[in-house]
Every structure is written in structure tokens, then in C-alpha cells.
Design a protein around this ligand. Sequence first.
Ligand SMILES: *Cc1c(COP(=O)(O)O)cnc(C)c1O
Length: 426
Amino acid sequence: MTRSESLFQRAKEIIPGGVNSPVRAFKSVGGTPPFIASGKGAWLTDVDGGHYIDYVGSWGPMIVGHAHPAVVAAIQEAAGKGSSFGAPTEAEVQLAEAIIACLPSMEMVRLVNSGTEATMSALRLARAASGRPCIVKFSGCYHGHSDSLLVEAGSGAATFGVPSSPGVSQATAQDTLTLPYNDLPAVEALLAARGAEIAALIVEPVAGNMGCVLPVPGYLSGLRRLCDQYGVLLIFDEVMTGFRVALGGAQALYEVRPDLTTLGKVIGGGLPVGAYGGSKALMQQISPAGPVYQAGTLSGNPLATAAGLATLAIIRQPDFYPTLERRTQRLTQGISRALSQAGIPHLGNHVGSMFGLFFSDQAQIVNFAEAAQSDLQRFNRWFHGMLQEGIYLAPSQFEAGFLSLAHDDTLIDRTIEAAQTVAKQL
Ligand SMILES: *Cc1c(COP(=O)(O)O)cnc(C)c1O
């Protein structure tokens, strides 16, 4: 038995499913997840001494690579000065200023501890500001695990929400309306019928939780127009895309200004941070400036803000995003070529350093229903084949992959060679 196998057995006795977040358990692909001992740059080392080139990057945060010296030094320095005070610190002001400088739609920002907290708090604010109860989300978009966002559509048109987890009450689910992604007429029809009940529409501006699905041209600007028409707040959940697809997030890339933005992942540089923000008029309603309550013992934590600031300092260097984008293109083109040569039908997408690969013979994939038709058996063979070759990909067809600054051309070419080998076995 490997050490990972024995740890997984022990873990399953005392932690539900053996993991502290479900997708880590390899449930959809099967097998035992390698338990990670350390990470450096683009590499992960497991407890059995296995090495992997990592394309998960902790599901997005590790954009400068694991254990980047500048980030490590910043965390160490902060830790030496005390790890939490429950009182304001200068680094919180600096991180807020750095965020606002990159995302001008955010005039004010509140730091929290996770993406889930950010979206949950943004919805509370939207409901308070509008006095309306309902929110609209899109099938296949993930916004964290708070009750009102754990809701899927019934089939076909918008229905009353159905909870996608036991423990979410029918009453909560009913206030969440779900529509297919990339379908403006469906949004228009719903807002025309029920706009006066709808506080906000929340969307991943590039969907990264159903694989990587891009907004079709005009989709995001269409959402903006419809929200304006019906007085509905537009929330971009940029927990994944913020500081990932561009320095200014998807809102800069697609030039659409949301009312509220939620952030997480990259802004914490690998430590737990989330954030939400928007116009001053909206954000002044948050306690203690206003009546909408939201708080956190560890919010704006000194270690987390230090890691976030150190990461932002690296990614704000001029050539950072073009370099990552070029390398991501090299990777996705190389993998696509390998699969084509082996005659494997597939669809690849990437934006900035976020990428996805569907094993599908469809001409395009624009929503969850289409993504769900991918060949999951083939994905599993691909996943395990690549892992065998030392390439660590997300263990699900419905997750995006990420590059970091540490993924240089040599590592990318090595990954493409692995893909050539694995493609022949699919
Ligand atoms: C990861 C993610 C979240 C949840 O963030 P956590 O920090 O895991 O709570 C919310 N929205 C999107 C788009 C995400 O990718």
C-alpha cells in the first residue's frame, strides 16, 4: 500500500470522504488522490515521492507558482509580527487599494475569507439594496456553497429553484431562479415576467466550473443591458477569473462593468481571502457604514493580506499576462494537436491562463447541458494516463485548468509529449 493509500484510508474514517473539499477525493475519476507533501514552482511532490507538473494550482490561486520566494518571505515576515489582531492593519488598506486600482468598477471593497463568503455577502447586499427577494443564476455556474446558490434548474425554462443539496430549504431554493448560460432570450423572458422580484443576476463572466466555457460574443454586454432595463443588479463572480484572465479580470477583457464583483483565489496568493465590492453607494450600505450586516473574525488577516499583496506585486509587472497567455496557447495547441493526430474528438478553450478540454464531437459548447454530453469515460482515461505521466490535471471533466508563471516552455513541451503518449491510449 502506498502512503497516500494508507493516509486516504485513515482520513476516510474521520473526515467525510477523506477530504475537506469534495472534488479532491477523485470520486468522478476513481482511484486514490495523491496526498501532497510539498509544492515548488510548477511542481507538486506527493508523500510517496511522486512528482507532478501541476495544472490545478489549488484550483486557481497559485498564479505565480507554489512557494514563490517573494510570497513565502512576505508570509514569514507577517507571521513574525503576529498572525491576527481583530483590529485594523495597514496591509488591509493596501490590498483594498491594489484591488480597486485594477478593477475600477469596485469603488469600495470588503475583504472576507473565501469566495463563498464573498458571493453570499454580495447577494445579501443586492437583496437589501433592491428590496427584492429573488436572484438569477446560470446552470453550471458555481458560486460557492451558500444555501441560495446551491440550486439548479428544473428542465427547460426557468422554474422555481430546486435545491441541489439536501439541507437547502425549499423556501430558500424558491428565491433562486436558474437559466441556461449564454442564452440572452431566456434572460429577457424571465426579467420581463418577474423582473420586479429580482434583486440580482449572478454570473461567472467566463464559466470555469463546467469546464471552461466562454461567453458568446455580446452575452455579457447583453446581460448588462437587460439588468439596466429591469433595475436588476449585475454581479460578476470573478472568484476564478479575477486577476486570472487579465489583470482587471473578465470585466476588463470583455469591457462590461458589473454593479458588484466577487473575488477570491488569486487575491489571497494561496491563503484564504475573498472580497466583494462595487460602487460607493452600494458598499456604504454594509455594516458598520450601513445596516447590512457582514463580519469576520479573521477577515483581512495579516498573513493572507501579505500573501495577496506579494502575489499582486508580481502579477502587476508589465509582461506577466502576455507571457502566461502565450504559454497557455502553446500548451492548448500542443495538446489539441496530439489528440487530433490520434483521431480523438475534442474541444479546447482558453482565456488568459485558464483552459479547458472537452472530449466531445460537438461543434461548440456554450452551456452546461452541452458540456454534460462529453465523453466522461474517455476523460477518466485521459486523467489517469496523464497522472501516470506525471501531469496533475483537475480530476473532473467539469473543471478548468490553470498555468502559473513557473510553467515555462520546457515544462509545457514535456506536458505535450505526455499528451502524445496518452492520446494513443484513449
Ligand atoms: C471557487 C469559486 C467560488 C468559491 O470560492 P471558495 O473560496 O471555494 O469558497 C465561487 N465562485 C467561483 C466562480 C469559484 O470559482
